[in-house]
Ligand binder design. Structure first.
Ligand code: ZN
Length: 252
């Protein structure tokens, strides 16, 4: 017990940056599915387990590799591994309010890895993904990511609509961004913070890319749109600095 508590505290207190350069980064995602819409959920799980280009894991790896290379001029390899649900129980994760809550949450998450025969300590980033069809009127968002322990939780709205999948992937990458130390770049009304929530400094013009930490792209006159394709998903300079992918330019 003492040993496992020390291990847990180690993860809880650790919020060091993950060095990306010249190495292989391992991301593991435990999947949970509600069982309420089995056909739909099975398809989503299949998208997670599929190793082909265009499936979720390869897309996440590709965006992270490409964005790291764009900002740092260096290479990294990102491996995304998903583990299929073993029951129809979703997982609830509340951000801990105290050290004690943090420790008990970590013990629980660690045992979730154990139940799937996996090691909590092995991946650099640990994700928990709830796959369930969201009620259209439900505007709450429970996804969360923490640099402390490099842990993320994603609410994955199961859906057959391609645009929903792009939005789900945006959220997945957003929470991964948090686990790497990037901060939110959207306002309380859901608009991109200018200029740090923009990928391109083209003020007054339509943005072509979505800054992953802001989630949407300004289209002028206060309108914002989600990404229409994975190719639009990028991390801006400020997020790259926060994740240690580049240093702030002098004079900024
Ligand atoms: Zn966020």
């Amino acid at each position: 017990m003492f040993l496992s508590l020390s291990v847990v505290l180690f993860f809880w207190l650790r919020h060091d940056r993950i060095a990306f350069s010249g190495r292989s980064i391992r991301i593991e995602a435990l999947l949970y599915a509600s069982g309420a819409n089995p056909t739909e959920e099975t398809l989503e799980v299949a998208q997670f387990l599929c190793p082909r280009a265009g499936c979720i894991g390869p897309v996440v790896s590709q965006v992270l590799q490409q964005e790291f290379a764009r900002h740092s001029g260096r290479k990294t390899q990102v491996r995304f591994l998903a583990r299929a649900p073993r029951s129809t129980n979703l997982i609830t994760i509340e951000p801990p309010g105290s050290l004690l809550e943090g420790v008990s949450l970590l013990l629980r998450l660690r045992s979730e890895f154990k139940k799937r025969g996996a090691s909590f300590g092995r991946p650099h980033i640990r994700l928990f993904v709830n796959i369930s069809r969201k009620n259209k009127n439900d505007k709450t968002e429970k996804s969360v990511g923490s640099a402390r322990g490099h842990i993320g939780f994603v609410e994955w709205n199961s859906s057959a609509i391609p645009a929903d999948r792009v939005w789900n992937v945006t959220k997945l990458l957003h929470e991964i961004g948090h686990t790497l130390g990037a901060s939110d770049k959207y306002t309380i009304t859901g608009k991109s913070v200018v200029p740090i929530g923009l990928v391109e400094r083209r003020l007054g013009l339509k943005q072509r890319f979505v800054e992953i930490m802001s989630g949407t792209k300004p289209q002028g006159l206060g309108a914002e749109l989600p990404a229409e394709s994975y190719a639009e998903l990028r991390f801006g300079d400020q997020s790259a600095i926060e994740m240690g992918w580049k240093t702030a330019a002098r004079g900024n």
